[in-house]
Write a protein that binds this ligand. Structure first.
Ligand SMILES: [Zn+2]
Length: 256
């Protein structure tokens, strides 16, 4: 009898708790009022866009050497400063990917298409009826942000050398490493943003890649990070559309 009473009480409590929750879920979140936009030139090189819907083609920036990888020379120093700042905190950060040119991304795109069974090795072309799954994940040549020379990926060096397999260590687990958490928090100080925040997957339209940082300059980076935006939303606030699509989140209100 006692047990029954307890169960009944528990059910009542659960119902009371669940009701406001489900109601809240059904309601749209309140619009976010943003502070005035930074005075930046959205057509400048820092805002060059690459994504599954729009590539940079055979764009080849002038690059500078950063730890035997390459970055657009205009943000090479900022990259070095950012990496060194993480090291000063005691982290063993390893830059595992930076600039990737057209030829390289073409190679990887074909590799990805092979995985999806959509690439004909004998004749080197995409099979008829291919759904271009790889393209949707940002692997199409020139559509990777690494083609801009403004992005790089990190991992924890101790994990990297222990594993000796880049593809095994640069995955979503990097998000849980202290180095990634520190870099997410401090990237804007060096002009970088967390390019693929987990919560904005639907806006940027591809898989989330933690540990991937993208240069946009300090002012824009601070604004993007402070207001929990992703690059698509930021560009849309300036009226920039990507292949005719305005990626501004309907709950983000442009400050007047
Ligand atoms: Zn990356």
């Amino acid at each position: 009898m006692k047990m029954k009473k307890i169960l009944l009480m528990l059910t009542a409590v659960c119902l009371l708790l669940a009701l406001p929750c489900s109601q809240a879920l059904a309601e749209k979140p309140a619009a976010i009022e943003l502070p005035p936009l930074p005075d930046v030139d959205i057509t400048s090189w820092e805002f060059l866009y690459a994504g599954p819907h729009l590539g940079v083609g055979r764009y080849h920036p002038h690059v500078g050497n950063v730890e035997n990888q390459y970055m657009d020379e205009r943000c090479a120093e900022a990259t070095i400063d950012f990496l060194n700042a993480a090291r000063e905190q005691g982290f063993e950060v390893y830059m595992c990917t930076a600039y990737r040119n057209w030829e390289y991304t073409t190679f990887w795109y074909e590799e990805e298409m092979r995985k999806y069974g959509e690439f004909d090795d004998e004749y080197c072309h995409f099979l008829p009826g291919a759904s271009y799954e790889a393209a949707k994940h940002g692997f199409a040549a020139g559509c990777s942000e690494h083609s801009t020379g403004l992005a790089f990926d990190i991992t924890d060096e101790s994990i990297y050398w222990a594993d000796m397999n880049y593809s095994n260590v640069h995955d979503e687990t990097v998000a849980d490493t202290p180095v990634c958490k520190w870099m997410d928090k401090h990237c804007a100080e060096y002009g970088f943003i967390v390019r693929y925040p987990e919560s904005k997957k639907e806006v940027y339209g591809m898989a989330c890649y933690p540990g991937h940082y993208r240069y946009v300059g300090k002012e824009a980076a601070q604004y993007i990070m402070d207001n929990d935006l992703c690059l698509e939303e930021f560009l849309a606030l300036y009226g920039k559309t990507i292949r005719g699509v305005n990626y501004v989140n309907e709950y983000v209100v442009k400050a007047q």
